[in-house]
Design a protein around this ligand. Sequence first.
Ligand SMILES: Cc1cc2nc3c(=O)[nH]c(=O)nc-3n(C[C@H](O)[C@H](O)[C@H](O)COP(=O)(O)OP(=O)(O)OC[C@H]3O[C@@H](n4cnc5c(N)ncnc54)[C@H](O)[C@@H]3O)c2cc1C
Length: 408
Amino acid sequence: MDFNDTPEEAAFRAEARAWLAAHAPAHALREGERLEDAEEARRGRAWQRALYDGGFAGITLPRELGGRGGTVIEAVVFHEEESRYNIPKGPYITIGLGMALHVLAHHGSPEQKARYCEPTLKGEMTWCQLFSEPSAGSDLANLRTKAAKEEGAREGDEWVVNGQKVWSSWAHHADWGLLVARHDPSLPKHKGLSFFLVDMKTPGVETRPIRQISGASDFNETFLTDVRIPDANRLGKVGDGWACCMTVLSSERIGSGSPREAVQEMVEYIRRTGRGADGGNALDSAANRVALAQALAEERGEKYLAARLRTMISRGEDPGAMAAMIKLAYAGRNQKMLGLGMEVRGLDALAAAPDAGDTLGLHYEYIWSTVMRIAGGADEVLRNQIAERVLGMPGDWRPDKNVPFDQL
Ligand SMILES: Cc1cc2nc3c(=O)[nH]c(=O)nc-3n(C[C@H](O)[C@H](O)[C@H](O)COP(=O)(O)OP(=O)(O)OC[C@H]3O[C@@H](n4cnc5c(N)ncnc54)[C@H](O)[C@@H]3O)c2cc1C
């Protein structure tokens, strides 16, 4: 496998780099700069519009849907180059690009593609994911939110949705939601689900932000009370809910992982700031050097596994549990490495000076690293997948398999 750019990829990289050099600095955050939610959302939308105007939005999306019609490798190259700039581009943008476009491209009707794809690419339409519920996280198919038709309703009539979602990232700033709900409780749990696109301004949709340990409120509880959804906003056929969820979740896991050389950045950070014993630098410590070398080996491993994953996807092969392996390796390594950074920085990391931008950033990323062990598939659940799908070990105990949901 050759990891160097082909001549075509090198030409694309040069084009992307030149475009980014001309446009990205005006959108990038200054060191240590943090934005209020509303301002972050505004800046994220503005950057997405700039990408669209520059021809770099939706690189792999077909041209007829407003994308560039490029290759998976071009998307990766662009992402690598873009990540050199610290641009505010939160979940309200990435859920739209990574999940909404993906599920629309696979399951949407021509009318739905025409209505939603281009505004999403332009940053005019943002999305949230309304999947998890208080008793349905890892076991998503256990969800209880109901989508029903009124008595006497005919095919094509609207749905009435009732239930509660939780952990809905940036739902309070989203225009639209990707919603999965149960239309038929008499079917086994994975089968009685349907998928909808819900306008977040519909009467009956209420988002309540959840306050996090970091002080931010990135996610919400979302209550749905008699929310009326036109049948034209159903994605796929009635009963296709689980297939749509799998499409969304596979793209979420494929997107996990760091395009940055994070270990090298950490070494530089410790070199600048890490006090060691006897007035030396923390990099003099053998234990720290071993930990960083280990982290670098793991980061390289993730990078090459990710390259393999992309090759498989671009060939149309089923990557199986490969995305689960990368996500699992990344989340654990990232948390360990950021923990080391916190440790060597000591008390200064816990109570950083307001102008110590990189230490404040480390503190924030360390707290955030814990959630990556859960979001997009918790560690234990990914290990189950790897055990069953790669190692061929006996399956988890599933007493609810093929049992009607209303008899569980
Ligand atoms: C930052 C963040 C953002 C999120 N954003 C969204 C969003 O936008 N939209 C959305 O719908 N959801 C979102 N989620 C929710 C996320 O998908 C769930 O948190 C995740 O699926 C885990 O579900 P849970 O929290 O209910 O934990 P549970 O499923 O209750 O798991 C609790 C613990 O039990 C373990 N466990 C569960 N089942 C098994 C098993 N079979 N074998 C062994 N161990 C098991 C888990 O690994 C975990 O350690 C987000 C979560 C986070 C952290």
